[in-house]
Design a binder for this molecule. Structure first.
Ligand SMILES: [Zn+2]
Ligand SMILES: [Zn+2]
Length: 94
């Protein structure tokens, strides 16, 4: 009955670009998301050539900053906003 939805990650499913949904060419060197050729750019990291996604390229220049810093910031932001909203509401409803 419910055989319609299947997880694409994990198993042997097709690797899809995280940005546009096309077939991915490989993982971004910075954020590790799978991206296709159209959504990745080549950057020099030391003596090696790396492929990073266009969103990483737009966000942080062409250096290989650790992706988890960006991920952590994106995770912390909504949590902080939620906490601020809760404090505000507890004040309003007094
Ligand atoms: Zn793409
Ligand atoms: Zn990336």
């Amino acid at each position: 009955m419910s055989g319609q939805l299947q997880p694409v990650d994990g198993g042997g499913g097709p690797m899809l670009c995280a940005l546009c949904g096309a077939e991915a060419a490989g993982p971004c060197a910075r954020c590790k998301r799978l991206v296709c050729g159209d959504c990745s750019v080549l950057t020099e990291g030391g003596s090696k050539l790396w492929a990073i996604c266009t969103s990483c390229d737009a966000r942080g220049g062409r250096s290989l900053a650790p992706g988890w810093v960006i991920v952590l910031a994106w995770l912390a932001l909504p949590i902080l906003a939620l906490a601020a909203a809760l404090v505000l509401m507890s004040w309003l409803w007094r």
